[in-house]
Design a protein around this ligand. Structure first.
Ligand code: AMP
Length: 273
């Protein structure tokens, strides 16, 4: 595995590779969720590129940019074992210039849910993902459904800018007890980790009710609220796969999303139904 810090250097090396390229962008502190994307990329492409970059422009002032877990040595080993060919690990100065041309998230879909609670977050996400896609020019890029709205907006950017890449959505990987894997889970005290389980429980509850034939969004949200009553909930929402609000569940076209703070740690989770 080659470790590369300089975007131009990586770009030049990859342009010489006349093969399919799978790309997995991450912020590091890799866990089994990331590894599932990486393994899929390795199995579906000739060459796999993983990036590790804690992107400052997607954090709002007062968020956890400074304390975000950084575990580059462990990450290198995991990537090596997983069969990654190139690990791209730039610094901020390597990849950002002064007074840049900026990409703006869509005014509506970029400012609901995550975008409402973290205004400007998706501008930063799209800015870095656009750069990374242009540097790597992958055949396929792998993104987790865990960040459902991010995935939707990246697919939209690819469409709107006619980018030449196939976006591959990947299922959420969970701990045995249901907690969605996240680099931020390390912030949770044992007590808060127990409380955090209510998030996946609320989604399971909704999914059970849907299996029982319930379709009314208000009723489902009310049931979820009961499960989540002890948490500091930011939103419980049910949307279609284009992130439009809906009143009735549309089977195979709906996403149920939750964001909540547990002991100061902000967690998100969702299920696709
Ligand atoms: P991050 O390092 O948090 O920016 O995540 C990098 C990629 O991994 C994103 O596409 C995430 O959606 C994806 N990801 C993070 N957690 C999980 C998970 N538990 N299951 C599947 N994909 C995940």
């Amino acid at each position: 595995m080659k470790i590369i810090q300089n975007p131009i250097e990586l770009k030049e090396i990859l342009r010489k590779e006349k093969k399919s390229i799978g790309f997995v962008p991450t912020m590091g502190a890799l866990h089994k969720g990331h590894l599932s994307l990486i393994k899929r990329a390795v199995s579906e492409n000739d060459i796999t590129v993983v990036s590790i970059f804690v992107n400052p422009t997607q954090f709002l002032p007062g968020e956890d940019f400074e304390k975000y877990p950084r575990k580059i040595e462990a990450d290198k080993r995991l990537c090596e074992i997983a069969g990654v060919d190139y690990l791209f690990a730039p610094t901020s100065d390597d990849i950002y210039q002064d007074d840049e041309v900026l990409i703006k998230a869509p005014k509506i879909k970029g400012y609901i849910l995550e975008g409402f609670n973290r205004p400007g977050h998706f501008d930063g996400v799209l800015q870095i993902v656009n750069k990374l896609l242009n540097i790597v020019k992958p055949t396929r890029a792998y993104f987790g459904k865990k960040d459902a709205q991010q995935l939707y907006l990246i697919e939209k950017m690819v469409k709107n800018f006619y980018l030449d890449v196939q976006i591959v959505p990947c299922d959420i990987v969970r701990e045995d007890d249901g907690l969605a894997m996240s680099s931020r889970n390390v912030y949770l005290s044992p007590k808060d980790r127990q409380k955090a389980l209510l998030i996946s429980k609320s989604l399971k509850r909704a999914s059970k009710l849907i299996m029982d034939g319930k379709r009314d969004v208000k009723e489902l949200k009310d049931e979820m609220k009961k499960v989540l009553k002890d948490l500091d909930v930011e939103y419980i929402e049910i949307v279609d796969r284009d992130f439009n609000k809906i009143d009735k569940i549309e089977k195979n076209n709906s996403i149920i999303l939750v964001a909540a703070k547990v002991g100061g740690t902000r967690l998100i989770d969702n299920i696709w139904v």
